[in-house]
Design a protein around this ligand. Structure first.
Ligand code: PLP
Length: 414
């Protein structure tokens, strides 16, 4: 990375405190530049990025193919609205449908927007086909589908919902990976089942194949829509284009976002068969959705992410990361419990709250996240090299040594 003149970090922190709403808490690090798996802050310190923009930077930072596509599109056309046909949007719809066995696409700008659209689509489909009363959607413990009201109502965490009641009615929560509970909670009012194929925010918990196949079978038999939220686990993250491919099931409705645009905000709602023509003129829409700039970036990103050779490499590197985590667990038995996840979406589950770990890891030059209190979330860019993985594991070891000593000291003091 080349040095550029750096902003004054202290001034930026002061301005942030004064002008930004404090909903993301106190943030100290000002990131100013990124390339590949590395980012640099305003003090010139370099970090290895194993948080990957929370599942967005699957191609790393500023991938040349994405940057090139953005530059070319920016000089041609930025925005026109959906009153007109747009070549990048049409090509992206074709690309996604052809590669994922889907029929049609609808574009929006974020994950929450497309899960929201999935909820609206499922309800409208059911209303048209079965009438008023069949409108409830089954969702799961530890789910996360976004922060808008519909998506929030489908989200399990009381912390995320706190203070916003009443949320949208019509969601039934069942146990994840538990078909008995699904059957117990299922009644004639259910029109759809919505799950993350691999739960992200809820603690990196994969749906198992038996569960996914069981849901597919029930949705087919009972005429309900199967919605797989692939916002975080899709787009090559698990070593397949979509995580549900591991279970060899095909859902009816699939929201994708995060990594789709290679770092640019875009979401897509994909639907199959009869679900593809539920929205009619006026049913749904958004001003920016499918904007040419975002679609050009997504075309460049999917060119790489959908490639078989690329995905095979993700699988190989995932095994490498898993092995490194297993050896860390063996060496830090006081604080580490186990690793879970699929592909390069892995969670190192600690025996103690992990909230202090990201700041310690940053001091050692590594960016990681924590979710569900005790889970260190690893979402490295899929372009990560074997050497990067080993360097990341070494940095994590250094951070865990410090973290363990801190935890042990605290427990001795009590
Ligand atoms: C991040 C996420 C969302 C919400 O996406 P936003 O772009 O933050 O609105 C929805 N579903 C899942 C599974 C996610 O991980």
């Amino acid at each position: 990375m080349t040095e550029k003149s750096l902003p004054d970090t202290t001034t930026l922190r002061e301005k942030a405190e004064r002008y930004l709403m404090p909903n993301y808490g106190t943030r100290d690090v000002v990131l100013v530049q990124g390339e590949g798996v590395r980012v640099r802050d305003s003090d010139g310190k370099e970090y290895l990025d194993f948080l990957g923009g929370i599942g967005v930077n699957n191609l790393g930072h500023c991938h040349p193919a994405v940057v090139g596509a953005l530059k070319r599109q920016a000089e041609k056309l930025l925005h026109t609205s959906n009153a007109f046909l747009l070549q990048p949007q049409i090509e992206l719809a074709e690309r996604l449908c052809a590669n994922l066995g889907m029929t049609k696409a609808l574009f929006a700008n974020s994950g929450a927007e497309v899960t929201e659209a999935a909820i609206k689509l499922a309800r409208l489909w059911s209303r048209k086909k079965f009438g008023e009363d069949r409108h409830r959607i089954m969702v799961f413990k530890n789910s996360f589908h976004g922060r808008t009201f519909g998506a929030l109502s489908a989200t399990w965490s009381p912390k995320v919902r706190e203070g916003f009641d009443p949320v949208l009615p019509g969601f039934v929560f069942a146990e994840f990976n538990d078909l008995m509970d699904v059957d117990e909670k299922w009644d004639d009012s259910i029109c759809a089942v919505m799950m993350e194929t691999v739960q992200g925010e809820g603690g990196v918990r994969p749906a198992n194949s038996v569960f996914l196949r069981g849901l597919r079978q029930r949705c087919t038999e009972r005429e309900a829509a199967m919605i797989c939220d692939e916002v975080q686990c899709g787009m090559g993250r698990t070593g397949r284009r979509m995580a549900y491919q591991w279970a060899e099931v095909l859902p009816d409705i699939v929201p994708v976002a995060k990594a789709l645009g290679g770092g640019v905000p875009i979401g897509a709602l994909l639907a199959r068969g009869e679900f593809a023509d539920v929205f009619q003129k006026g049913s749904h829409g958004t001003t920016f959705g499918g904007n040419p700039l975002a679609c050009a970036a997504a075309l460049a990103a999917t060119d790489i992410l959908f490639e078989d050779g690329f995905l095979a490499e993700v699988g190989r590197k995932a095994c490498c990361l898993w092995g490194l985590m297993e050896s860390i667990i063996a060496d830090f038995p006081e604080v580490c419990d186990h690793v879970r996840g699929v592909g390069l979406m892995q969670g190192l589950v600690l025996k103690v709250p992990a909230l202090l770990l990201p700041a310690i890891a940053r001091r050692h030059g590594l960016l990681v996240g924590v979710t569900a209190e005790t889970v260190v979330r690893l979402l490295p860019p899929l372009i990560v090299s074997d050497e990067d993985l080993e360097e990341g594991a070494a940095k994590l070891r250094a951070a865990l040594t410090e973290f363990r000593d801190h935890v042990m000291e605290k427990s001795r003091a009590q």
